[in-house]
Design a binder for this molecule. Structure first.
Ligand SMILES: Nc1nc2c(ncn2[C@@H]2O[C@H](COP(=O)(O)OP(=O)(O)OP(=O)(O)O)[C@@H](O)[C@H]2O)c(=O)[nH]1
Length: 819
């Protein structure tokens, strides 16, 4: 900014210095001319005296006077272009009586401006004068010779005086011309320099104004940009939904955006300058969280690393509370700490989602009853309680008879209404503390607490009777129903939910078999027997299968739904048991027994080992579709098995399979019931590069909060929601909400049971990242997948009539909200 001004001042100074130098030269020239004129006059006077009387004093005066014009002449001759001798010129001017300080300016002027008209003119006049001086000098030689020889007579002296008079008559106008020319030149030079300086000053003023204008324009532009940026920041801060509060280093509020005003229920004008601690009051923190410590922590946080996410609850001045997530960052200006910024995100909606999700995960949307999972959860709690004999509870497995009939004759809506009516009836006959759940379809489960066999049987009979008496009317048509009830007393011999449910189901089945509309009570002897029959047989078969490698690995592809750029095969490894007769058994049949008899770790190890062997075999084979993700299921008991970790490590090292392709799937419930072990195993395996997926997510949502502690990469949305999502608005909402929660927590979502293209389209529109199901790829032997050259799922086409990029089918595919 300043250098142009410096240059201008320097130019002005240079101009002034040059002017002064020239003026100094001119002044010296004028002084020299004056001396020259005086010398010339003195010389004429003394020579005339000498010519008259031959006095030596007169000759001496003449010689002295002549020194001045002769010295000046010698100096001028020494400055002739092409033969400059400055020391000779200096010496000449000294002889000419010039002041030593003036000589340099004089030399400079005559040397460099000799071609300049204003210098040339007086110099020409000087040359004329010098001719007379030369004549005077020649005459002085003659006079001196004759005077010394004593041969000068009167006529000679008369002639000399006449000659001197003639010279004087010639030199006087020459000297006047010299003086006038010099005077004229000096005046013109002064005028010229004045104009030059004025011109220069004018140019510099124009340049200064121009440059200043440029600077002002630049400043205005910077101000405009700054204002635009400020406006942009202000608009952004006004538009964003999160509250933003900035404080100074003392924790006093400096700024609040409109969202923060709403969140804290205070206008910014009132809050500005107030200590933050007066505005941010937190509820129920242990140890108490204070705004002051929060600000101090933020100010202490290193670099610009934000502090957070702190989940807390704000108490507003009107005592209403709002759950928030806090993120804080220090504000630095040129390295100096100037304050802190706090971003407050209102998590009411997320919490509401979670609550809704939890409710929906544990309840049946149609009837409002608890669902199968919650029922099993409560059953598990009941089984875990020590029960004194005679005060055991009972489990009733209830199935409506001929329910299909009403669906078929009057449609699903009528069926739904009848289901609701039966529920109301069942509920009205139960005691407080008993549990009624809808297990699915037209099946219900009932838990009767502290209810021995006799009373339980009586209640079951009452229910059956009440159902039989129920008259359901739909559009003028009347329907009746009955209940087939299987009852089992929850005696200590029953240890697992699976066992209890199975025997109750069997009792219900027997009721159906026995002609429907009846109660069948399962006897303890039956329980023992069935268990032995069922499970012991499985244990034997599983042992044999492990010994003889009768398990088979199948797989099912998981297709990306969004354009993520992910290539390669993403699949889940599935376990099957090949029976002696060639029949293929799905894991649902043998896993309960394997879990009960502690065989799951062996089975998991078998799966891990054989999967890695299969992956290793196909490595480096050209032309095959690379494996991006290979998901392997791990059971709850394996989560605490240190030897499994060792096995995975050594199998990975042996097979040289890239650990990054492995993704272990653990079910939400097993992860939560083995939380510390699960978290530890996950950490260890993640350090190797493996990923994790939480299977059947949404099924046990009561434990949603645990998700925060489980560092999983994928959430697999429970298939029961996906399967029904097109017909059941609650299932649709669950899928949507689980995906939303996944997004919020930075996890990708996989939907299981994508059984139709319409479901796939709906999942894609919701934004779900991956889907797995018959509509995309069926389970096949693992080997078949590993030899694929191309992805097994069809292209990204939508269902008929819908082009990619077309509006999402929410309005058509999304089921209507049920009451
Ligand atoms: N309206 C309605 N029907 C359902 C729902 N869930 C399942 N169903 C139907 O309920 C029926 C249950 O069938 P079943 O229990 O096998 O047959 P059922 O007619 O009761 O015969 P039995 O049990 O042998 O007496 C099926 O037709 C299902 O489609 C539902 O939420 N609403």
């Amino acid at each position: 900014m300043t250098w142009p001004f410096i240059v201008m001042v320097l130019l002005l100074a240079a101009c002034a210095t040059a002017s002064l130098q020239i003026l100094s030269g001119v002044r010296a020239f004028v002084a020299g001319e004056s001396l020259w004129t005086k010398g010339q006059k003195d010389a004429i006077y003394f020579l005339n005296q000498y010519a008259i009387n031959g006095s030596p004093q007169a000759f001496e005066g003449f010689t002295r006077a002549m020194e001045i014009p002769l010295g000046d002449r010698a100096a001028r001759l020494a400055l002739q272009p092409g033969q400059v001798q400055t020391d000779v010129a200096h010496e000449g001017f000294l002889r000419g009586g010039n002041h030593p300080d003036d000589i340099d300016s004089l030399i400079w002027l005559l040397r460099y401006f000799d071609d300049f008209d204003l210098v040339k003119k007086p110099v020409d006049q000087w040359l004329v004068g010098d001719e007379y001086i030369r004549a005077l000098r020649d005459l002085s030689h003659e006079i001196h010779q004759r005077n010394t020889a004593g041969t000068a007579d009167a006529p000679t002296r008369e002639r000399w005086q006449n000659t001197i008079r003639d010279i004087n008559a010639g030199v006087t106008p020459a000297a006047r011309n010299f003086s006038e020319a010099l005077g004229e030149s000096s005046r013109q030079i002064v005028l010229l320099l004045m104009w030059a300086n004025t011109g220069m000053a004018a140019v510099l003023i124009v340049l200064t104004l121009w440059h200043t204008h440029g600077l002002l324009e630049q400043r205005r532009r910077a101000e405009r940009t700054l204002e635009a940026e400020r406006e942009q920041a202000r608009t952004t801060l006004t538009a964003i939904g999160d509250g933003v509060v900035t404080t100074n280093t003392q924790g006093q509020v400096m700024y609040m955006n409109p969202a923060a005003e709403v969140l804290l229920a205070r206008p910014a004008t009132q809050a500005t300058g107030q200590p933050l601690a007066q505005l941010l009051v937190f509820d129920g923190e242990a140890p108490p969280l204070s705004a002051d410590t929060l600000v101090q922590n933020i100010l202490r946080s290193s670099g610009s690393a934000p502090l957070g996410n702190v989940h807390t609850t704000l108490v507003r001045p009107d005592q209403t509370v709002v759950p928030v997530k806090l993120v804080g960052s220090p504000i630095r200006h040129r390295g100096m700490l100037t304050g802190a910024v706090l971003v407050l995100h209102d998590v009411t909606r997320e919490q509401h989602y979670v609550e809704q999700l939890s409710w929906q995960a544990t309840h049946d949307a149609l009837t409002g009853l608890v669902n199968r999972r919650e029922f099993e959860h409560r059953l598990e709690a009941l089984l875990a309680q020590p029960r004194p004999s005679g005060r055991e509870g009972s489990l009733l497995y209830v199935d409506m008879d001929q329910f299909k009939l009403i669906n078929d004759t009057c449609g699903h809506q009528a069926g739904d209404e009848m289901l609701r009516e039966v529920c109301r009836m069942l509920q009205s006959h139960l005691r407080e503390g008993d549990t009624l759940a809808r297990l699915g379809g037209d099946e219900f489960g009932i838990l009767l607490k502290d209810c021995p066999t006799g009373p339980s049987a009586r209640i079951a009979e009452q229910l059956r009777q009440a159902a039989q008496d129920l008259r359901f009317t739909w559009e003028g048509q009347q329907f009746t129903t009955g209940l087939s009830i299987g009852m089992v007393q929850l005696i200590p011999a029953l240890t697992t939910i699976q066992e209890a449910m199975r025997v109750a189901d069997m009792a219900c089945y027997r009721a159906k078999e026995g002609g429907r509309n009846r109660v069948v009570i399962y006897q303890p002897e039956d329980i023992e027997m069935s268990r032995r029959e069922g499970e012991m047989d499985w244990v034997r078969r599983l042992r044999l299968a492990l010994e003889h490698n009768q398990f088979e690995l199948h797989a099912q592809a998981i297709a990306p739904l969004q354009p993520s750029g992910e290539t390669g095969l993403h699949m889940e490894v599935l376990l099957r048991l090949r029976e002696d007769d060639g029949q293929l058994i799905a894991p649902g049949s043998f896993i309960p027994a394997a879990e009960h008899y502690g065989m799951m770790t062996s089975i998991d190890r078998w799966v891990v080992r054989h999967t890695l062997e299969a992956l290793a075999r196909r490595q480096h084979q050209p032309g095959l579709l690379p494996v991006h993700t290979c998901a392997i299921n791990l059971s709850g008991t394996s989560l605490g098995d240190d030897s499994l970790l060792k096995l995975i490590r050594s199998a990975l090292a042996e097979s040289e399979v890239d650990p990054h392709i492995l993704c272990f799937e653990i079910t939400e419930t097993s992860a939560i019931s083995h939380l510390p072990n699960a978290a530890r195993l996950m950490k260890e395996l993640q350090q190797l590069g493996c990923r994790f997926a939480l299977d059947d997510f949404g099924a046990g949502m009561s434990s949603f909060n645990y998700l925060k502690h489980l560092p999983v990469d994928y959430l697999k949305i429970d298939g029961s929601f996906v399967k029904d999502m097109l017909h059941d608005s609650a299932s649709w909402a669950m899928v949507e909400m689980i995906h939303h929660i996944g997004q919020v927590m930075g996890k990708q979502t996989i939907a299981e049971f994508a059984e139709s293209q319409a479901i796939v389209d709906a999942l894609r529109d919701i934004g779900v990242d991956y889907a797995q199901g018959y509509a995309l790829a069926r389970p096949k032997p693992l080997q078949d997948y590993l030899t694929l050259g191309n992805p097994p799922w069809p292209g990204p086409a939508r269902s008929a009539g819908m082009a990619p990029g077309q509006a999402p089918p929410h309005t058509s595919a999304r089921p209507q909200q049920q009451a």
